[in-house]
Design a protein around this ligand. Structure first.
Ligand code: NAI
Ligand code: MG
Length: 364
């Protein structure tokens, strides 16, 4: 027990679900950084409990989440997630076995994905300077293209018919739209770009447009524009400085946020928050990348996205100052050149983790 435990003001119970591949490596790193943040602050204390729900346990037991798993998670203040997926389990089984049920049963209907160019890193875009790319993508996280509606008929016949039905509800669209406007309103530029494909998809996407025009009336101080998703990829690449907050459907924002991460330097830096804004259920924090089987076990995964996700968790728990300090420490480390290979450096996961912990010792 740390010597200053008697000074502790806030105790947070965090469930960790490392999952597969580099998910395990970066979760371990994030827990160390969070422990260091807590001990350096002297006012925060984390109690971690680890849940070994992974493709390995699935192959042994036949399930990812045990029957009482979700109920157990409800006793925590937040969930920290690594990544799920391994080549010996089909990806739709792992995604629908672990990550999507977590998001759905914990009512995490918002997914927040910030991106910016961290100090000491650079964009693959030739003319893009730090500050030119500073976005928050708000992704609808509960319905749309990932609703799971559909089925397969004539599967064995050689002429299979499959349907994949998107579900868009007025309630679902309105709540994500309001969250996006409120996010934009809190940021200095107060600017929101709404993305759909309402020219070709004339029902659900048109409902998005309709709700957007209604909700917009309540936020007259937010400057808005509207893009089709294909044109959006062009604008993100050629004019990144023209955007700030972006709202899009589950599928579109999934794709755009990977692009955003790549444009800001690497998928290895990008964080995400799965939020239940009502706070009735714990929210869940995870880097946007997957389990990266190609580099798993090599000790070279970039832990920055995991640390940034941890900072977002700390912020959601109400510790703004500690979250800012952690972000500052991460950027001091990237600025100093301690970076993994994906960012053009040669440091290991361990070296980046130690460097961030060292900065944290000096931060308070
Ligand atoms: P991925 O994000 O795991 O990897 C894509 C590429 O980026 C790979 O070359 C990988 O080495 C690199 N990369 C990813 N994270 C990195 C990091 N932190 N540091 C350095 N390089 C990094 O996506 P991929 O390959 O499409 O999927 C692999 C598995 O992960 C699949 O089973 C997939 O279903 C699963 N997945 C899970 C997600 C989640 O749990 N949230 C999200 C995306 C994929
Ligand atoms: Mg994705």
């Amino acid at each position: 027990m740390p010597s200053h435990i008697h000074d502790v003001q806030e105790i947070y119970k965090i469930a960790t679900i490392p999952g597969d591949g580099i998910g395990v490596e970066i979760t371990e790193a994030a827990v160390r950084v969070l422990q260091k943040l807590a001990s350096s602050s002297g006012t925060i204390h984390f109690e971690f409990e680890n849940f070994d729900w992974s493709s390995k346990t699935y192959l042994k037991k036949g399930y990812y989440i045990p029957p009482d798993g979700i109920d157990k998670l409800k006793n925590f203040d937040a969930v920290y997630f690594g990544a799920v997926g391994w080549p010996n389990v089909p990806d739709h089984i792992s995604l629908w076995g672990l990550m999507l049920p977590l998001r759905n049963s914990l009512q995490q209907y918002v997914n927040v994905r910030p991106t910016r160019i961290l100090r000491g890193t650079s964009s693959p875009l030739r003319n893009c300077k730090p500050g030119d790319l500073d976005w928050v993508i708000i992704r609808e996280n509960s319905e749309g293209e990932y609703s799971g509606h559909g089925g397969t008929t004539h599967a064995a016949s050689g002429s299979a018919v499959a349907t994949e039905v998107s579900i868009f509800t007025q309630v679902g669209i309105e709540r994500i739209m309001r969250f996006a406007f409120e996010t934009a309103q809190k940021r200095p530029r107060k600017k929101l770009t709404m993305v759909t494909k309402s020219n070709a998809q004339r029902h659900g996407m048109v409902l998005w447009d309709t709700v957007y025009h209604e909700v917009k009336k309540d936020y007259p101080d937010v400057e808005t524009d509207k893009m089709l998703v294909d044109a959006m990829t062009v604008r993100m690449t050629l004019h990144p400085e023209t955007m700030d907050t972006i709202v899009a459907t589950n599928l579109h924002a999934d794709i755009l946020s990977d692009l955003a991460a790549a444009l800001s330097g690497s998928i290895g830096i990008a964080p995400s928050s799965n939020l239940d804004p009502t706070r009735r259920n714990p929210s869940m924090f995870e880097p946007i990348h997957g389990s990266a089987p190609d580099i798993a076990g090599k000790g070279i995964a970039n832990p920055v996205g995991a640390f940034w996700s941890a900072a977002e968790m700390v912020r959601w728990l109400g510790q703004e100052d500690a979250a800012d300090k952690l972000m500052e420490c991460i950027e001091k480390v990237t600025e100093s050149g301690t970076k993994t290979k994906d960012l053009g450096g040669s440091s290991t996961t361990e070296q980046v983790t130690v460097a961030v912990c060292n900065e944290l010792e000096k931060a308070f």
